[in-house]
Unconditional design. Structure first.
Length: 400
C-alpha cells in the first residue's frame, strides 16, 4: 500500500495537478485578507476617465498571485529546474517589489522601465533564456549571441507591458494569463519539462483563484501592476523557453519547427492589441505611451458587452487561433505562417475599426437624442413659465 502511495506521490502529473489546486486555494484564502487590509489602509484605485470601474477598488491582487504561485511551485523537488528557474524567481521577487511600490505610491514610467530591464537581463544574460534562432523566418536561423541579448530583453519588456495594457477590464489579463500558462504548461509536461510545467500550472491556478474575486460585486479586487508584471514576466519566460527548447527540431521528432509562430499566437491578444493601439496612436499623431480607450476590450465594452462577455470573446479568440495555427503551420514554412499571421492582424485591425466607427455613430445618435430631449425639456419649461405668467396676468385684467 505504501508503495502505491509513494508512486502516486512521485507521479509528475499528480504533483502538477496538486500545485494548481493548492495555488487556487491559497489565492482564494489570501485575497479576502488583502481586500480587508486594502480597505483599512485605503490602498484603493480611484475611478478615472479611462477606468471601467465606478468605485474605489483594492489593487493588490498581485500579492496573492505572487505568493500562491511560489508556494505551490515549491511543494515539490524539481531536479530538472535548472539555474534559469532560480534566476526567474529572483526576477519575480524584484518585479513583485516594483509592482507593490507602484500600486501604492505610483512610480514614474522611466523608473519602472529600468527595473524591468534589470530583472529581464538577469534571466537573459545569466540564465541564458534568450531568442537564439528564428527557425528560418526570412531565411534567418541562428541569431548572433551579441544580438540575441538585447533582442530578448526587448521582447521581455514589450510583452510584460503588453500584459499590463490588456489589464483594463475585469478578467481579461487574468483569464489570458491562465489560458496561456495552461497551454505552455501542457506542452512542458508532455515533453518532460516538469519544473516549467509545475511553475506554469501554479501560475494558472493562482489566476483562477484571483478571477473568483476579480468578477465579484461585493469583494472585487484588481491584480494591479504587481500582478501584471509577474504574469507578463512568467508568460514571456515560458514563451521564450518554449521557442528555445524546440531548436532541437532537426533532431527531435517531437520538437515543433513552428515554435516561434505558435509562441506569438498563444500570446496573440496582448501582442495584437499593443501593436494596434500603438499604430492607431501614431496615426493620430499622439504619443504611443499615453493611455486612452482605444484598446479592443474598451471598444467591446463601449459596444454594449459586459466585462465577462468581452473577456470571453478574447479568451475564445486565443484558443481558436492557437488550435487553427497548429494545423496551418503543419504544412507551411515559418515565413508563410508569419504572413498569414500578419493577414490575421490586418483583419483584426479592420474589425476593430468597423466596431469603433459603429460605436462612434451610435454615440452620436445617443448624443443627438439626448440634446433633443434636453431641448424639448427647455421648451416645455418655457411654455410652463408662459402659462403661469398668463394665469397671473388674467386677474389683473379682470380687475381693470
Amino acid at each position: 500500500m505504501n508503495s502505491i502511495f509513494t508512486e502516486i506521490y512521485n507521479d509528475r502529473l499528480f504533483q502538477i495537478t496538486v500545485s494548481a489546486i493548492v495555488a487556487v486555494i491559497v489565492s482564494v484564502a489570501a485575497i479576502p485578507v488583502i481586500i480587508k487590509i486594502s480597505r483599512l489602509k485605503n490602498l484603493m484605485a480611484e475611478p478615472g476617465e479611462r477606468s471601467s470601474h465606478i468605485k474605489k477598488t483594492p489593487t493588490l491582487g498581485g500579492v496573492a498571485i505572487f505568493a500562491s504561485t511560489l508556494i505551490s511551485y515549491f511543494l515539490w523537488s524539481n531536479p530538472d529546474e535548472g539555474e534559469f528557474v532560480h534566476l526567474s524567481i529572483s526576477a519575480m521577487v524584484i518585479l513583485f517589489f516594483l509592482g507593490v511600490k507602484d500600486d501604492i505610491l505610483v512610480l514614474s514610467p522611466k523608473k519602472k522601465m529600468y527595473v524591468q530591464i534589470a530583472a529581464s537581463a538577469l534571466v537573459v544574460v545569466f540564465g541564458d533564456v534568450r531568442l537564439e534562432n528564428l527557425f528560418g523566418i526570412f531565411g534567418i536561423d541562428e541569431i548572433p549571441y551579441i544580438l540575441s541579448l538585447p533582442l530578448t530583453v526587448f521582447v521581455f519588456i514589450a510583452l510584460i507591458n503588453a500584459i499590463n495594457l490588456i489589464d483594463g477590464i475585469d478578467g481579461l489579463a487574468g483569464g489570458i494569463g491562465m489560458i496561456c500558462g495552461g497551454l505552455f504548461g501542457l506542452w512542458f509536461y508532455l515533453n518532460g519539462y516538469f519544473a516549467l510545467a509545475c511553475l506554469a500550472s501554479s501560475m494558472a491556478g493562482s489566476l483562477l483563484g484571483f478571477l473568483r474575486f476579480n468578477y465579484s460585486k461585493t469583494s472585487k479586487i484588481f491584480m494591479g501592476d504587481t500582478g501584471s508584471l509577474i504574469v507578463g514576466f512568467l508568460l514571456t519566460m515560458f514563451a521564450i523557453k518554449f521557442v528555445q527548447l524546440n531548436i532541437a527540431y532537426r533532431f527531435d521528432p517531437n520538437a515543433l519547427f513552428s515554435a516561434p509562430i505558435l509562441a506569438i499566437v498563444v500570446l496573440i491578444v496582448p501582442i495584437f492589441d499593443t501593436l494596434r493601439v500603438f499604430i492607431v496612436r501614431l496615426k493620430d499623431k499622439k504619443s504611443p505611451f499615453v493611455g486612452d480607450r482605444n484598446h479592443l476590450h474598451h471598444i467591446l465594452i463601449d459596444s454594449g458587452m459586459t466585462h465577462l462577455q468581452a473577456s470571453v470573446v478574447l479568451w475564445v479568440f486565443t484558443v481558436v487561433s492557437t488550435i487553427a495555427f497548429l494545423f496551418i503551420t503543419k504544412n507551411s514554412d515559418n515565413t508563410t505562417s508569419l504572413y498569414i499571421l500578419a493577414g490575421l492582424f490586418g483583419v483584426y485591425m479592420w474589425l476593430s475599426h468597423i466596431l469603433k466607427a459603429r460605436n462612434a455613430r451610435r454615440q452620436e445618435i445617443l448624443d443627438a437624442e439626448e440634446a433633443e430631449a434636453e431641448r424639448q425639456k427647455e421648451i416645455q419649461e418655457q411654455q410652463a413659465i408662459l402659462l403661469e405668467e398668463k394665469k397671473l396676468a388674467k386677474p389683473a385684467l379682470e380687475i381693470r
